[in-house]
Design a protein around this ligand. Structure first.
Ligand SMILES: *Cc1c(COP(=O)(O)O)cnc(C)c1O
Length: 373
């Protein structure tokens, strides 16, 4: 714990990230590659801290989205492939040249920009042709239409053998949908090879994220791109463990009589005398305002309901009857060392969103400190 004693903090378990990665690599079928997805500042864990952990296990491809992430990955000494996992603005492509980011291309405009830049010796990385394949309809090229095929031919002419990858992103990993998307992607990939001089052995055809890797459905892909699984969001039964705790401290304990109202707008009223703990975490720290009916673990053992509206820097929990709770005690909002830690499923239902959203938010709104055990 640093000397400034932050009021709320995230504990990042480096050892668990390493272990999760090891388990994930074991799931990758022989001969397939693995791209460690460290976008969103490594899902809120701090990308500088996570890069060395993936390097240690010989990972040769890292997925990012922003240029500052690419820079952090290079500064940590990573020399492998840095792949951007979405389309980039022209300005972003410019800004990422020095860090040799491999861009996704799905338009003439991007292809022409990269070609010009490569001719001038400035763009040195490989390029990934991004296909929609009835996928996300986010930024991939839809080649089921004549216009899409025409664009694709132009991109292929423009970039030629600079294309080192062809990719898509599956919108669903439910069996029938995954099978259907995968089949369509493979058909479109075949069309690309038939309509270009690209050699299959020179190109990494990649699709599939954490959910694809753990699905029972076998699909064709040369490389899985996985984020969530590294951070213990999925499959606790296989040994994956969540990699971040969110904690804060009790700063006040007070007894209030029956009929007192709690918090802004007097929304909560005590129907009996209660002992309430004020805890130094609020929406500033990612304890979202909608998360009213959740609970926190006080002092490592007492599950206390959070009551009243969430303040900017404080929440109030009902600790009536919790003997031995003191000001200064640790409160776990997520994870923690208590006997009954708050786990992903519970947090997702309390905050009504997915763990990736929570991690990225918490990690950036709280002091982070790192432990190895
Ligand atoms: C975020 C992302 C991934 C990783 O997804 P997870 O579900 O976290 O494993 C893979 N590919 C693309 C294109 C992504 O945007």
């Amino acid at each position: 714990m640093p000397d400034i004693c932050p009021a709320s903090w995230c504990t990042v378990h480096r050892d668990r990230i390493s272990r999760n990665l090891e388990l994930a690599l074991d799931l990758v079928p022989t001969g397939r590659r693995f791209c460690a997805v460290l976008k969103a500042d490594a899902y809120g864990h701090g990308i500088q801290q996570v890069v060395p952990l993936v390097q240690e296990q010989g990972v040769t491809c890292i997925g990012i989205t922003s240029n500052s992430e690419a820079r952090a990955v290079r500064q940590a000494g990573f020399n492998g492939a840095v792949v951007r996992l979405r389309a980039a603005a022209p300005q972003e492509i410019e800004g990422a040249l020095e860090d040799r980011v491999e861009e996704q291309v799905a338009s003439r405009r991007a292809a022409q920009q990269i070609r010009a830049s490569a001719k001038a010796g400035r763009y040195k990385a490989s390029v990934h042709l991004s296909l929609n394949a009835a996928g996300m309809s986010r930024d991939g090229l839809e080649v089921s239409t004549e216009a899409g095929k025409e664009t694709c031919r132009e991109i292929l002419d423009c970039l030629g053998d600079r294309i080192g990858g062809i990719c898509t992103h599956f919108p669903s990993n439910d069996r029938p949908e995954l099978q259907q998307s995968s089949r369509l992607f493979q058909q479109q990939v075949s069309w690309v090879f038939e309509n270009s001089n690209l050699k299959r052995s020179d190109v990494v055809v990649h699709a599939g994220s954490s959910l694809t890797l753990i699905s029972e459905t076998a699909i064709e892909t040369d490389m899985y791109r996985c984020g969530a699984i590294l951070y213990g969001i999925l499959k606790p039964e296989l040994g994956f463990r969540s990699t971040m705790d969110l904690e804060a401290r009790v700063v006040s304990l007070q007894d209030y009589p029956e009929g007192s109202t709690v918090g802004y707008d007097r929304e909560h009223r005590l129907n009996r005398a209660r002992r309430l703990a004020c805890i130094a975490i609020g929406y500033e720290n990612g304890f979202r305002r909608l998360s009213r009916n959740g609970s926190v673990v006080v002092g490592g053992r007492f599950l206390a309901p959070v009551i009243g509206k969430i303040s900017m820097n404080a929440i109030v929990a009902d600790v009536t009857g919790a003997d031995g709770i003191q000001v200064g005690d640790t409160v776990s909002v997520f994870g923690g060392r208590g006997a009954a830690p708050i786990r992903p499923l519970m947090a997702e239902s309390q905050f009504r969103t997915i763990m990736a959203d929570l991690y990225t938010d918490w990690g950036r709104r709280n002091y982070r400190y790192y432990i190895n055990q």
